[in-house]
Design a protein around this ligand. Structure first.
Ligand code: SF4
Length: 244
C-alpha cells in the first residue's frame, strides 16, 4: 500500500446526488490492468481496515438516501464486519440505494449480495470497469480480465459501467461509440479520463484534447453520465488512479 492519506468521504450534489465513501479492503485480486495503481489502496490487516472503514461510515448522514461505496477492488474484498456496518448504516440513515464496485471475475457473487441487501429493503447498483467495449483492444492492451465480448452479456450482471478514455489508440468516434454503448445497455456511465501513474499505459494528451473538445460538451449535461477529468473529481481519493 502506498503511504497516503486520501479524503475518503464526500457528498456528490450533482447528477444522481449521493454520498460516497472510499473504504479499504484486501484489494483487487486481479491487479493486472496495465493502467491501474488504484488497487494499491489496500491492506491485509482486516482489523485495521474495519477501524478505518468504521470512521468513514460514521460520517454518512443519509442526506440523499443513496450511498456509493468504492474500495479499490470489488465488494468481495471488504471484510464481513465492514459489509455488515454498511448495511446497518443504510438502515439507520434511511438509505435505500447503495452502489458497489465489482470486477467481472466476481460476477457470480453479485446475485447473493443483492439478495442480502434486498431483504432489508436496500437496492444495490453494481458498477464494473469495462473501460471500452472493444474487447480485443481491452484485453490485449489493457489486460482487463473480462471474458465476455458483448455488452449484453456484461449487462446481465452489472447496472453501471466505468469507461477509461484519453489513452493511445482512441479516437472521437471510438470514445463516443463506447459512451453510446454504455448508455444503451447500462443505467449509468462513468467516464474516467486517464491520469498518469507508474503503470505502462499512459494518458495521450491529443486524445484527451479531442475528448475535451468533442465529447465533454456533448455529455456533460447528461444526467446518466459522470465525467471524471481528474480522479479526485468525486471528492474522494488522492494519489492513486481510480479506474475500477
Ligand atoms: S482497474 Fe480495477 S480490476 Fe483492474 S487492477 Fe485496478 S482495481 Fe483491479
Amino acid at each position: 500500500m502506498k503511504d497516503f492519506n486520501p479524503n475518503r468521504y464526500a457528498v456528490i450534489e450533482e447528477k444522481n446526488p449521493r454520498e460516497i465513501v472510499m473504504l479499504r479492503g484486501l484489494g483487487c485480486t486481479w491487479r493486472r490492468c496495465r493502467f491501474c495503481d488504484y488497487h494499491l489502496d489496500s491492506a491485509g490487516d482486516q482489523t485495521a481496515n474495519f477501524a478505518l472503514n468504521q470512521r468513514q461510515l460514521e460520517k454518512v448522514t443519509g442526506i440523499h438516501g443513496r450511498l456509493e461505496v468504492i474500495n479499490s477492488g470489488s465488494f468481495v474484498d471488504l471484510d464481513e464486519q465492514t459489509v455488515a456496518l454498511i448495511q446497518q448504516t443504510c438502515l439507520k440513515k434511511n438509505i435505500r440505494q447503495a452502489h458497489f464496485e465489482c470486477h467481472w471475475r466476481h460476477r457470480d457473487e453479485i446475485a447473493d449480495f443483492r439478495k442480502r441487501f434486498a431483504e432489508h429493503g436496500i437496492e444495490l447498483k453494481i458498477k464494473t470497469g469495462v473501460e471500452t467495449f472493444n474487447s480485443l483492444f481491452r484485453e490485449s492492451y489493457l489486460d482487463k480480465g473480462i471474458t465476455a465480448d458483448s455488452p449484453e452479456e456484461i449487462a446481465k450482471y452489472f447496472d453501471e459501467v466505468c469507461l477509461l478514455q484519453g489513452i493511445p489508440g482512441q479516437t472521437a468516434e471510438s470514445m463516443d461509440s463506447d459512451i453510446q454503448t454504455g448508455l444503451k445497455h447500462f443505467e449509468r456511465v462513468c467516464v474516467n479520463i486517464m491520469q498518469e501513474n507508474d503503470r505502462p499505459v499512459k494518458p495521450d494528451p491529443k486524445v484527451i484534447q479531442i475528448f475535451s473538445k468533442e465529447l465533454y460538451p456533448k455529455y456533460i449535461h447528461n444526467c446518466r453520465v459522470d465525467i471524471l477529468m481528474e480522479n479526485t473529481a468525486f471528492g474522494v481519493g488522492g494519489v492513486v488512479t481510480h479506474a475500477k
